[in-house]
Design a protein around this ligand. Structure first.
Ligand code: ADP
Length: 235
């Protein structure tokens, strides 16, 4: 029987004396799904991402990703977990400006202990597949926002992670580049990549995922399609 790729159960997390940033949150994501986590600023999206990435631990509840109990990992194990299971894309790309594109993309494999030659072979393949091979020797500062995000996607895919997490991946892009990145995510999902996109942008949620999970004041409202949410937001 297939196991969920993400199994988040009854997770709560509060910071200091504030209200819970996440409150009894449960979420199941199956392999091959593309899911958007949609919510306004302050609703708990980053808290949820940090828990999925093993950057933070819940106060109560369990976080299981690809069979790993992420909430139980120590720091070193969490770093290994991130390298092998998670690819991350950020709003502001998080590329290293002093490394050229090929070195940026190859970096996660080298950190995971892959030999330099092999890491670069795989990086070159991905740059080719994502249509940015001609920029391999360029430095990120020379590229457009859309191109930088493509480089970041290539880097995120380098270790063939079962889960791709995207945090407002089009938030810093113009409309055309945003649509381009959104299409790219859609294509990756069509090829089987499981995708979780965290955003406050309903249009992005609709264009690159097939299920929208809403998060409001730290509570997850699951199992509704984007159209329902859209109708509700329009009211
Ligand atoms: P979002 O990503 O949707 O904007 P967050 O997960 O960042 O939401 O925040 C959820 C709630 O938790 C907010 O009320 C925020 O102020 C609070 N919060 C987030 N991170 C911290 C922190 N490190 N310390 C204290 N409060 C925090």
């Amino acid at each position: 029987m297939t196991e969920p790729l993400i199994d988040l159960r009854d997770v709560s997390r509060r910071y200091d004396d504030g209200p819970p940033a996440l409150h009894d949150a449960s979420l199941t994501v199956w392999p091959g799904e593309a899911v958007a986590i949609l919510g306004p600023s302050g609703s708990g999206k980053s808290t949820l991402l940090n828990l999925l990435a093993g950057l933070d631990r819940p106060d109560t509840g369990t976080v299981t990703v690809d069979g790993v109990r992420v909430d139980r990992l120590g720091e070193a194990a969490a770093a290994r977990y991130r390298r092998s299971k998670i690819g991350m894309i950020f709003q502001f790309f998080n590329l290293l400006d002093d490394l050229n594109v090929a070195d940026n993309v190859a970096l996660p494999a080298q950190l995971a202990g892959t030999a330099r030659g092999e890491a670069h072979r795989r990086a070159a393949e991905l740059l080719e597949a994502l249509g940015i091979a001609r920029h391999g020797r360029a430095y990120p500062g020379r590229l457009s926002g859309g191109e930088r995000q493509r480089v970041a996607v290539a880097r995120a895919l380098l270790n063939r992670p079962p889960l791709l997490l995207a945090d407002e991946p089009t938030g810093a892009l113009d409309t055309a580049s945003g649509q381009d990145v959104s299409r790219l995510l859609r294509e990756l999902n069509a090829e089987g990549q499981t995708l979780v996109v965290v955003t406050h942008d309903l249009a992005l949620a609709r264009s690159c995922t097939d299920r929208t999970v809403r998060i409001v004041d730290g509570r997850i409202v699951d199992g509704r399609i984007a159209e329902d949410v859209s109708a509700e937001m329009a009211r």
